[in-house]
Write a protein that binds this ligand. Structure first.
Ligand code: PEP
Length: 254
């Protein structure tokens, strides 16, 4: 972490928790993280639970995120959700390009770029996910893959766009597997991403962009990961489903 960048811890609930279960979870979380201001706290429930969670977090230090967003304002796009529809229910952040979307739903950098730009145009802050597969890491392609995803996903971004964006580095082999990248492995890729941002937007802007790490972040490894100079927060899957675990990660950041 770096004092110039406020850490951001986001919980990706994926396709877990009914609305009632989500409200219970967020109520427990509210009590655990009350008063914390040194880290941003975001929860990203399933779309159908957004109104219920939005009501439950009213007046708290927890913000709402969605798990995706479409690029069009409206139209014949069955199953998709437009930015204004998310904003109507209090959404501030939106995950785009999560590896599960890329792997199972065919999302590409070009699509991620359109989603992120639409989010920004509507005042939502995208959390743009990038990360290599195990085979790519083993073939020595991590740098090329991540750099390609960053360039593709951020194509055409202005300085203001990137300043409103969070990047999440999530090595696919570490997501939901219990295998975390070592702090040094994660830092190496975060530094690479920041070098790329420097090339694209200049050092001043690159120094302000937050880059989260994601991939089996738990209370017992959060502090060491967040202690790396270019790791500015975490995108948390499994551990975000337990209030005490997620709160412990937030406290490690704060
Ligand atoms: C994720 O889904 O973004 C993630 C990092 O999951 P987990 O923490 O379960 O590995």
């Amino acid at each position: 972490m770096n004092p110039n960048r406020k850490p951001i811890i986001a919980g990706n609930w994926k396709m877990y928790k009914t609305s009632a279960e989500g409200v219970a979870l967020v109520n427990a979380l509210k009590a655990e993280v009350a008063g914390i201001t040194k880290a941003e706290i975001v929860v990203c429930p399933t779309a159908i639970s957004l109104p219920a969670i939005n009501a439950a977090i009213a007046g708290s230090n927890i913000q709402l995120g969605s798990q995706n967003v479409h690029w069009e304002k409206e139209g014949a796009f069955t199953g998709e959700i437009a930015p204004a529809m998310l904003k109507e229910h209090g959404v501030r952040y939106t995950i785009v390009g999560h590896s599960e979307r890329r792997q199972f739903f065919g999302e590409t950098d070009a699509g991620v770029n359109k989603r992120a730009k639409a989010a920004l145009a509507n005042g939502l802050r995208p959390i743009v996910c990038v990360g290599e597969m195990l085979a790519e890491r083993e073939a020595g392609k991590t740098e090329a893959v991540v750099a390609g995803q960053v360039r593709g996903s951020l194509a055409g971004f202005s300085k203001d766009d990137i300043l409103a964006t969070v990047i999440a580095y999530e090595p696919v082999w570490a997501i939901g597997t219990g295998k975390t990248a070592s702090p040094a492995q994660a830092q190496e890729v975060h530094a690479l991403i920041r070098r790329l941002l420097t090339e694209l937007f200049g050092a001043d802007v690159a120094g302000k962009v937050r880059i989260q790490y994601g991939g089996s972040v738990k209370p017992d490894n959060a502090k060491e990961l967040l202690g790396q100079p270019d790791i500015d927060g975490a995108l948390v899957g499994g551990a975000s489903l337990k209030a005490a675990d997620f709160a412990a990660i937030v406290k490690a950041a704060a």
